[in-house]
Design a protein. Sequence first.
Length: 160
Amino acid sequence: MRAVIQRVRQASVSVGDELISSIGRGVCVLIGIHKNDTPADIEYIVRKILNTRIFEDANGKRWQIGVKDAGLEILSVSQFTLYCELKGNKPDYRHAMGGEAAQNFYQDFIQQLRKQYKPEMIKDGVFGAMMQVNIENDGPVTINIDSPMKNRNSADENGQ
């Protein structure tokens, strides 16, 4: 799994003219799902999203607390393009988990995030839709996190 965590002042996601979700201060997380990801990857990424220290503490000291300890909101957006590989100038998404399996995996991820935090603080977009994501970065602070590779590389090299 791959997460791009952005500290935001506010963020929202719309489909067409319909506002789907919005948050105030917190993090907007773009989520990519690799074809070989497992529930262990969900656990790892959820832990990192909730606890990566990108916020200041009550004394104003930077890099001290995560979004969970700060009591802030999370907007999650699925983005299969995070597993793009260029072949020349053409995008190739063969490393991304396919359609229905990815949707189920993403829902499991959202459920785990809500289970480990306050469900009302977790917002998301519409899986598979063409979305408009508006992000007002704070900093900017952007952190890229990949779950541990495990057997992912050997499976890709063997054409699986």
